[in-house]
Design a protein around this ligand. Structure first.
Ligand SMILES: Cc1cc2nc3c(=O)[nH]c(=O)nc-3n(C[C@H](O)[C@H](O)[C@H](O)COP(=O)(O)OP(=O)(O)OC[C@H]3O[C@@H](n4cnc5c(N)ncnc54)[C@H](O)[C@@H]3O)c2cc1C
Length: 321
């Protein structure tokens, strides 16, 4: 079966959810091999095998930890030359897209970014104009490089009997001086409370313009904390400065696909839907029964969020006791 290279996104030995999504897609179109840049591969092998990785190319070189994206693109280019894979999949994150673009130039290949699905024949699907139009496209030059949006597909482990071998192959790699021109001098861990990361959370509670002000976002945070959920926001709320932009959900924000998405005081504009419509269960709290978000809702409460949210939070807390 054709080999598909998957560039792992990981934090040390912890495999990011998007990597398991990429492996799920890679299995559909060939045999997945993971490219692991940096330390932590040994501890991650089992997780990678669970999602069908047959081979794990490990490049533990310091060049991959101490410099920004360019060495990763060089590493992938070397592996593409050596193994002639049928495609390379990366996450469509800021870093992944830059790696994809550099790799495309190095290998003379076509690149597709922001793919939301991949099917037989390496046909990639993109959702554009806020999800109003679906585009199907295929790379026709070189090795297809496809950057897939996090949370676009559900990660599915393979059954126990069909697990990948996750055979480690160490790759000796040294980046060129050109790739080493931007050096990481310091790493500052962003302060984050106890809440899960927005794109990885299984429950997300988002607030919109209906929340009415920055100070009222405490209501959304309390509800989120009662469910061990992440907090999200509509663009109306982030543009107003009520909540930081990194928590914006939607076309120009993050894409989330949790088990439960709660939209509080959000109308359901197409650009917001683009970032949350694949959530498994959607619950809405909105005082306007005609709000378009109700079209997506599995459960909806028509009511004033200032009355509904505190009661809901209290009930959830009581049940958790
Ligand atoms: C190019 C482009 C990109 C965009 N990208 C994004 C994006 O990534 N994410 C995004 O979210 N938007 C995005 N937008 C903006 C989008 O079009 C909407 O303007 C925005 O989503 C509206 O946010 P909202 O639903 O919070 O506000 P509104 O549309 O104003 O809705 C507020 C809702 O709150 C309800 N409400 C009010 N008070 C209460 C109350 N007390 N209790 C209960 N309900 C109440 C109202 O009934 C209403 O339905 C983009 C727009 C453009 C043009």
């Amino acid at each position: 079966m054709a080999e598909i290279l998957v560039l792992a996104e990981h934090s040390g030995e912890s495999v990011k959810k998007v990597t398991t999504e990429l492996l799920t897609l890679a299995r559909r179109v060939g045999e997945p091999s993971v490219v692991w840049a940096g330390a932590g591969a040994d501890a991650a092998r089992e997780r990678l095998a669970e999602f069908g990785a047959e081979t794990v190319y490990v490049a533990g070189s310091e060049d991959l930890d101490d410099y920004v994206v360019a060495p990763k693109a060089e590493l992938l280019a070397e592996l593409v030359t050596q193994h002639a894979p049928a495609a390379v999949l990366v996450a469509s994150t800021a870093e992944g897209r830059e790696v994809a673009a550099r790799l495309a130039v190095k290998t003379g290949s076509g690149v597709i970014t922001d793919a939301v699905d991949l099917s037989d024949g390496l046909v990639a699907e993109q959702s554009i104009f806020g999800g109003a139009i679906i585009v199907q496209s295929k790379v026709r030059a070189g090795t297809p490089i496809i950057a897939v949006r996090p949370n676009a597909v559900a990660a599915e482990p393979v059954p126990e009997s069909g697990r990948g071998a996750a055979q480690v192959e160490n790759v000796s790699f040294a980046a060129t001086d050109v790739a080493k021109s931007a050096h990481i001098t310091e790493r500052v861990v962003a302060e984050r409370g106890e809440r899960p990361e927005l794109t990885e959370a299984s429950i997300v509670v988002s607030g919109g313009r209906g929340v009415g002000g920055a100070e009222n976002f405490a209501l959304i945070e309390n509800l989120a904390d009662s469910l061990h959920a992440a907090v999200g926001a509509s663009r109306a709320a982030t543009d107003a400065g009520w909540y930081p932009h990194q928590f914006q959900v939607g076309q120009t924000g993050k894409t989330v696909s949790p088990q439960l998405y709660m939209a509080v005081g959000i109308s359901g504009a197409i650009q917001h839907r683009a970032g949350m419509q694949t959530s498994k269960t959607i619950m809405v709290i909105n005082k306007d029964p005609e709000a378009p978000i109700f079209e997506l809702a599995d459960f909806g409460v028509v009511g004033d969020l200032f009355q509904v949210v505190p009661q809901l939070t209290e009930e959830i807390r009581k049940r958790a006791e």
